[in-house]
Design a binder for this molecule. Structure first.
Ligand code: FE2
Ligand code: FE2
Length: 372
């Protein structure tokens, strides 16, 4: 585990420049520009600004005054970004409205069993090593802090829902074993694929579509009024994990990764069969039993997750189908060559295909596939 704080990222536009510029100085004012003409849902600049606001509640950044975390000016800027983010999500999936608990569960099941071309199916069968490494870099935004965003919700829950979320989170944190924490297993996978697992190492490379997936989990976790959305988000995470995780493990195997480096994904195939049941039968059912009026918000959390994941998948598949990097700038390829050579995979897939060959993806309506 590397406890070092990441560096502040580079600004991408006026919104992130306002936040990052402020964080470089003493605690004080933040002059956020107007967000009126920005589609915050996928905007690189605005999503990075929100990420910087949220990271103050996790590890923050080197050289940033800890006083910024609860500074009223910074919180005001965060709130404006969050309102714009939520408004755009509501545009896409509808605002939270009262629904019967039974209807929320049915809708949750429908979301979990949606069909259509999937990112994981592409990665399993066709992704090159270059594309797989990009996928891991994207996912590092969430997976190097895996479980933390939902943990914020625990004190806001009670009874069965709380106990179930704690049970799931306990597994996510490695059942009390530091090296088994899922965030650490993901670091092992990154290392094995020649990537830097340092927390925040790739923040400058991550587009808004990726940052939105991470910011959404934090948004729901940090606000008591979104506690049911956090439950819906985590439930759909668990309900859509097993098959994609098996596919990602198979992709790693196909491209020469060792058993150790596949472990993050293999562990999820087993664990999330259990988590899926706990999430539905205890966490969701328990919340709807104790707070039936939250059913609409629970469903909003799941639908919002589905929407940001759909956009994330579409971004990757479209980029790859057009022979472009899905990151803001391409990865440095040198370290991967060294790693692959030392592990015996020699920069080629087990099928003999060149790792630099780009496959064409079917980039239409990807379904929600998350990772818990
Ligand atoms: Fe996990
Ligand atoms: Fe899980």
């Amino acid at each position: 585990m590397n406890d070092a704080q990441p560096k502040l990222p580079r600004a991408r536009g006026p919104v992130s420049a306002a936040v990052i510029g402020a964080l470089r100085g003493p605690v004080g004012s933040v002059r956020l520009p107007s967000l009126d003409d920005i589609d915050v849902l996928g905007d690189d600049d605005a999503q990075l600004a929100l990420t910087c606001c949220y990271e103050l509640h996790y590890r923050s950044f080197s050289g940033v005054d800890d006083g910024w975390e609860w500074d009223a000016n910074l919180l005001s800027a965060t709130s404006r970004l969050e309102r714009a983010f939520v408004d755009r999500l509501a545009d896409e999936v509808g605002p939270p409205v009262p629904v019967p608990g039974r209807a929320a569960i049915t809708a949750l099941m429908d979301l979990a069993h949606g069909d259509g071309p999937s990112l994981s199916a592409y990665v399993e069968k066709q992704a090159t090593l270059r594309e797989l490494r990009e996928f891991l870099v994207h996912r590092s935004a969430y997976q190097r802090k895996e479980a933390d965003p939902h943990t914020w919700a625990i004190p806001r829950l009670s009874g069965r829902a709380k106990a179930a979320m704690v049970a799931i989170q306990y597994d996510e944190y490695g059942d009390g074993i530091a090296t088994a924490m899922h965030a650490e297993l993901f670091a092992t996978t990154m290392r094995g694929m020649g990537l830097d697992p340092t927390y925040g190492a790739y923040l400058d490379l991550l587009p808004g579509a990726t940052l939105a997936t991470d910011n959404l989990a934090t948004l729901f976790g940090l606000h008591r009024r979104w506690r049911a959305a956090s439950v819906g988000h985590l439930a759909l995470f668990e309900m859509t994990s097993v098959v994609p995780m098996g596919r990602y493990a198979a992709a790693l195997q196909r491209l020469g990764a060792t058993t150790e480096h596949q472990r993050f994904y293999r562990v999820h195939v087993e664990a999330d069969q259990v988590h899926e049941r706990v999430a539905q039968d205890e966490m969701v059912a328990g919340l709807l039993e104790s707070e039936p009026a939250t059913a609409g918000t629970l469903l909003f959390g799941a639908r919002a997750l589905s929407e940001v994941e759909r956009r994330f998948s579409r971004h990757l598949l479209t980029s790859w189908s057009q022979h472009r990097t899905s990151l803001r700038t391409p990865l440095d390829w040198t370290d991967a060559s060294a790693s692959a050579a030392s592990s015996g995979s020699a920069g080629h897939s087990s099928t003999g295909a060149s790792v630099t060959r780009i496959h064409v993806a079917r980039a239409v309506a990807p379904r929600c596939e998350s990772a818990s």
